[in-house]
Design a binder for this molecule. Structure first.
Ligand code: SAM
Length: 276
């Protein structure tokens, strides 16, 4: 199967009269080797129902169609969503395995089948909320690889006591083990973005609690990092009715109240949330 190259990307954009939108993060990949490498890194196999968010002109989609049992692609831009099946038919006899959905991934609720693997070059402005939303609503997603802005990748994969560690790292860690999976040159995009990109790989694991606990944990995480330099006893004081009460809860959870949020892993936040 031939994938999209720079020439065809430009031709398709001209045909659709598409001026890539910055707010929709429309930077299209024109390097077939990179697309195949991403799909390989995600470990997509012939038993997988693969999900792509933001297929754009189809660079990654075609590479996914080479490997997956089927592909579901969710694209917000109607012009791109309408063109994609046409492009797929022109490139492969596997186009019937593709389902394109013209929707906003942020408000996505259901899909026609349960995807097992996520492969996406995520729109940069909404990459973290989209990633967390998918992990929440699609329990069938067992693993995947997403491409995001380098700085965001570092935050998603960060571990405690690093400057990148924070809300995205902790919320992603509720759902999955997340690791860095390499850098991507900005030269492979049209138009070329002015930030670098990285790949992030994830593998889902059992969550540390139910959805009620998750909501509490996420609220505590938001507070702990609202003022990153504050000690936990004062960062959480509004939640517990004063810093003395917050200190008591933290001590009961076995956590030093003078620590900052950046020192705690997801299990420590769970220990706090479980106390009320
Ligand atoms: N996958 C293509 C590639 O690698 O060449 C395009 C990736 S481009 C970085 C992001 C894509 O996400 C664009 O096609 C854009 O229209 C789409 N997009 C932006 N916001 C979206 C949203 N909220 N839901 C679904 N798609 C979105």
């Amino acid at each position: 199967m031939s994938l999209l190259g720079a020439g065809e990307i430009r031709e398709l954009a001209a045909k659709l009269d598409l001026k890539p939108s910055k707010s929709l993060g429309q930077n299209f990949v024109h390097d077939a080797n990179v697309c195949r490498k991403i799909v390989r890194t995600a470990g997509v196999t012939s038993t997988d129902i693969a999900l792509e968010i933001g297929p754009g002109l189809g660079s990654l989609t075609l590479a996914m169609l080479e490997e997956a049992r089927s592909v579901i692609a969710v694209e917000i831009d109607a012009r791109l969503a309408n063109q994609l099946p046409i492009t797929a038919t022109a490139h492969t006899d596997r186009a019937h395995l593709l389902t394109v959905i013209n929707e906003d991934a942020l408000t996505l609720k259901t899909l026609p089948a349960d995807p097992t693997v996520l492969v996406a070059n995520l729109p940069y402005n909404v990459s973290v909320p989209v990633f967390l939303h998918l992990l929440e609503i699609l329990p069938s997603l067992r693993s995947g690889v997403v491409m995001v802005q380098a700085e965001v990748a570092d935050r998603l994969a960060a571990k405690p006591n690093s400057k990148e560690y924070g809300i995205p790292s902790l919320k992603a860690a509720w759902w999955a083990d997340v690791t860095g999976a390499g850098s991507v040159s900005r030269n492979i995009f049209w138009p070329q973005p002015n930030v670098d990109s990285k790949l992030v790989a994830f593998t889902r694991r059992a969550t540390p609690g139910d959805d009620e606990l998750r909501k509490k944990v996420f609220a505590i995480i938001d507070l702990a990092f609202a003022q990153r330099r504050k000690m936990l006893r004062s960062a959480l004081s509004s939640m517990y009715g004063g810093s003395a009460a917050a200190e008591a809860i933290l001590t009961q959870a076995g956590i030093d109240p003078t620590l900052r949020g950046e020192s705690l892993d997801i299990h420590s936040f769970c220990a706090i949330a479980k106390l009320g």
